[in-house]
Write a protein that binds this ligand. Sequence first.
Ligand code: GLY
Length: 357
Amino acid sequence: MYSIEIKASGGSYPIYIKNGLLGEIGSEVKKIYKGRKVAIVTDSNVNKFYGEKAISSLKSEGFETFKIVVKAGEESKSFETLLQVYDKLLDFKINRGDIIIALGGGVVGDMTGFAAATFLRGIDFIQIPTTLLAQVDSSVGGKVAVDLPRGKNLVGCFYNPKAVFIDPFLLKTLSDKFVCDGMGEVIKYGAIKDKGLFYKLMEYENSEAILKDIDKIIYTCCSIKAGIVERDERETGERMLLNFGHTIGHAIEQFFNFKEYSHGEAVSMGMYAITKIGEELGMTKIGTSSTIKDILIKYNLPWTLPEIKTEAIIETISHDKKNIGDFMNFILIESIGNSFIGKIEEAKIVDYLQKKS
Ligand code: GLY
C-alpha cells in the first residue's frame, strides 16, 4: 500500500492507495473512526458497481450504514441535491460524532464534502474517489463546492477529509473516455512539475501497460499535489500552478454548457493553447507546445480549439478571479516540468483565439 500524509492547517490526513482497497474499507475505517454510524453518499452509476461492496465491508466491522444515492452527473453538484442530502442525514439522525463517506467521482466528492463541511457546522468525512480524475486531483486538497446556475464551484470552502482511500481497481469499470479524461490531469502534473512523469507517460505502449502501473502513477500525482497543498493550502500562490490549462479549459466547458467536452478534454485544449501562446510571447521554450500536442494525441485527447466565439470566451476568462487590469494571470510552462504564473495582455489572448476560430 502506498501512503502519503498531508500536513494541513487543521491537522494532517492520510491518502492510502492500494489495489482492492474498497474490499477492506470496513477495517480501514475502523482504524480512524471510533463511532458506529456511517452515511455513504454515492451516485446511481457508482452505486450499481460498488455500493454494496462498500456497505458489506463496513457492516462486517459492525458499522451501522445509511446510503444516500444521488443522480449521476454534474447536475447533482447543486443546492437542490445538497438539500436532499441534508434531509436524508436528518432522517438518519446523523450527528457531529458520526462520519460521512463520499464514494464517487468529483461531483460526489465535492458536493458531499461541502455537505459534510456545513451540516451541523461540520462533520468528519472520508473520500473514496472512483474516477481517475478524482483519484489524482479532486479528492486531495480539501476543495469542496457546489455549482450555481451561473457557474461551477461558485459556493464552497476548504474542508479537509479525515482520510482518502484510493482503490485503482475501481477504474476497471470506467469507460475509455473517462480514463482519458483523468489522463488529462495526469499529463498536467508532468507538464507543471515532473518531467520524469511526463516522459514516462510518453513511453507507455498501450492502455494495459498504463493500467498495470496506474497505482504508481496515482501515487506520483498525489505526492506532487500533497507537496503543493502543504505549501499553499489556500491557493494564494503555488497551488495556482494546478490550474495549468484550466482558464481557457473552463471557458470552453462553459461555452458548450458542459455538454460537449469533459473537464480533461477542455483542460487538454487549454494546456496546448496557453503553451502555444507562451511560445509566441517568448515565455515558453520553442517546441514545448509540439511536445504537449504529441502527448495529447497519444492519449486521445483534443488539442486544437473548437469553433468558439472569441468574445464569449474572453468574457468568461475576464470574469475569472485571476485578472489584474488589462493583464490576466495565466499558468505557463517554461519547459516540460517547469511552470510559473505569468501575466499576459488580454489583447494577445484575443489575437490567438481569433487566429484559431
Ligand atoms: N484542482 C485544483 C486544486 O485542487 O487546487
